[in-house]
Structures are given as structure tokens and as C-alpha cells.
Write a protein that binds this ligand. Structure first.
Ligand SMILES: [Fe+2]
Length: 315
């Protein structure tokens, strides 16, 4: 269910920041992003992939994501994550790219709780520098989001199909199809819509995004997959130009394949469940023949920082 935030100009950004409390409240990071917005080029073939930002209304929230019933991590050994610092660090590294990605996708779970207005206001404040940098943000809905509150704050972004939000981003080398699995399933109507969108665009590779894992998590935390994940995988494996499915939800960086289809499990920007796991975002560069994925860990000395995955876009 994509909610699309158009980029904002530097003037709009400064004006908005003034409305929020004045330029004196702007951090050096925000000012740098605004100042640099007209300096770097935007690459339509580059997309920053984020998921599970889990922004809280509390800007100081630190959360131990490794804690859940049955976790093997001992009490006292949980690794807490500062939520706001995680998105700020990720945004800074995205904005610093040259050329900058023309698009950025948050693949669900924008907020920490259940998508309150206060959480979305905080989320918007934190992504404003990204928009000021000229980057178009797209957001899918996760189980921690509330589409109604999001629409209320951003009504101009509502794109409704079949009672859910879904959309296609047409890029030069690939089409990105964004779906709504916020309720834990896609539903037959949306699956049929997906098949139709793919069949109408069979001349170009497609990359598909939604929040839920399509099958039970194979990683550290036992998290059930979306209820109709097998139907989704059938739609995608039957179409050779559907090259990869991207999902979040498990907060774990994983890569799998089913026949020709790559299954890319994006790490969370925020907290993670496995001890020592990566958190951060993925830089995706598209060419005519491939999608190059590079993991950017917030901890630059993490052993997986710089991990590469290549998805062939050839038929
Ligand atoms: Fe999440």
C-alpha cells in the first residue's frame, strides 16, 4: 500500500521547519540536507530501500529488539537501539550518496506502536531532510502502521485500489510494484490486480515490495508468513519477468531463491531480533541487466556492512 511523499523544495522545507519551531530547531543534518538539495544529481536508477523504521512519538526511545518470549538472548545481554538515531544515520548516508537515489522506499512499519498521529508527525519530521534532498519517498503499510491516520495527515497521497493502497513505480530499467500486506495478507483482489499489473508490463523486469515475509521466517525469530504468501509466490514464479520480492517484518537481512525469483529480506532500520544482527538500509542500483544491492549497516564495522547481492534482470 504505497503512500507516496513527493519531494519538497528547499524553500518548502525551510518554511515547514519554521512552522515546526523555527530554523533554530533545525539540526546540522537537516540544514546540510537542505543546503545540498540543489547540488547533487538524482539518479532514477538508484533506489534506497528501508524497512521497519518504527518511529516513536518519543524521540529518545531506546528499544531492546532482541527481547521476545523464547529468545535465546539472556536478560542483560539485549542490544538496545536508539530509534531516532537509526533513521537519522540512515538518512544521512542516503543523502550523502552522489548521485542521490531518486526514490526511497520504506517497506512497512514506519511507526513503533500502531500508527498514531503523534508517531506519524515524528516520522514526517525525520524524513523531511530526505525530501528536501530531492528524493521521492514511498511508504508501504506494515502491521504497525495505520493507513487512516497516515491518510489523514497526508491526504494528497492517497491512492486507493480495491479498498487498499497499491501502486506501480515505473523506472527506466524496471517496474517496482508496491503492495499492501498490512493486515497480514494480500487478498485475492490484490493478487489479481498484481497479476494484471505484471501482465500489462511484461516487457520490463518487475521488482515487488510488501511488508510481510511470504513464508514462515527461516531466521532467528519464528514469525509466521503472510497468510496467502503461497499464492503470492505462485503469481511471481509463474512470471519470469518478476525478478524479486522484497519484504521486511522479520527485521533480518536474508536472501533466498525460489526458482528464478529472488527473495530479499530487508533488515530493519531500527531494532533487530538476533544478537549482533545488522540494521540499516540497502542501496539498490539498477541497470538494464541487473539490480545491485549493497547493505549499508548503521554500524560501519559490522561484518555484513557492504554485503552485495546481484539480481539478474535478464529474461
Ligand atoms: Fe517491524
Amino acid at each position: 500500500m504505497p503512500i507516496i511523499l513527493p519531494p519538497i523544495t528547499r524553500r518548502q522545507f525551510v518554511k515547514g521547519s519554521l512552522a515546526l519551531g523555527g530554523a533554530a530547531m533545525m539540526t546540522p543534518y537537516e540544514l546540510a540536507a537542505a543546503a545540498g538539495s540543489e547540488r547533487f544529481g538524482l539518479d532514477p536508477n538508484r533506489v534506497a530501500l528501508l524497512a521497519d523504521t518504527h518511529i516513536s512519538a518519543d524521540p529518545d526511545l531506546v528499544y531492546p529488539g532482541t527481547k521476545w518470549p523464547g529468545s535465546a538472548v539472556k536478560e542483560g545481554e539485549h542490544e538496545s537501539v536508539h530509534i531516532v538515531k537509526s533513521i537519522v544515520e540512515s538518512a544521512k548516508s542516503v543523502i550523502a550518496l552522489n548521485p542521490r537515489p531518486a526514490h526511497l522506499i520504506v517497506n512497512g512499519d514506519c511507526t513503533f506502536g500502531r500508527g498514531s498521529e503523534a508517531e506519524y508527525k515524528q516520522f514526517l519530521k525525520l524524513v523531511e531532510p530526505i525530501r528536501a534532498a530531492g528524493i521521492t519517498i514511498h511508504v508501504t503499510i506494515g502491521n504497525h502502521d495505520n493507513r487512516w491516520n497516515l491518510w489523514k495527515l497526508l491526504p494528497f497521497l492517497k491512492k486507493e485500489h480495491m479498498g487498499v493502497q497499491a501502486g506501480v513505480i515505473e523506472l527506466p530499467h524496471a517496474n517496482l510494484v508496491l503492495l499492501d500486506s498490512g493486515n497480514g495478507a494480500l487478498g485475492d483482489k490484490q493478487l489479481n490486480w498484481l497479476a494484471q499489473q505484471l501482465d500489462e508490463r511484461s516487457d520490463k523486469p518487475a521488482l515487488i515490495f510488501s511488508h510481510y515475509n511470504p513464508y514462515n521466517n527461516r531466521g532467528v525469530r519464528p514469525i509466521k508468513g503472510m497468510r496467502d504468501g503461497s499464492s503470492l509466490l505462485k503469481v511471481l514464479t509463474e512470471r519470469k519477468h518478476a525478478k524479486a520480492y522484497f519484504y521486511g517484518h522479520t527485521h533480518e537481512w536474508q536472501h533466498d531463491r525460489l526458482e528464478h525469483l529472488h527473495l530479499i529480506n530487508q533488515p530493519a532500520v531500527s531494532y533487530y531480533f538476533g544478537k549482533g544482527h545488522a540494521h540499516g538500509w540497502v542501496d539498490m542500483k539498477l541497470t538494464k541487466t541487473s539490480a545491485h544491492l549493497e547493505l549499508h549497516c548503521i554500524n560501519r564495522i559490522h561484518k555484513q556492512h557492504g554485503d552485495l547481492i546481484k539480481v539478474s534482470l535478464k529474461n
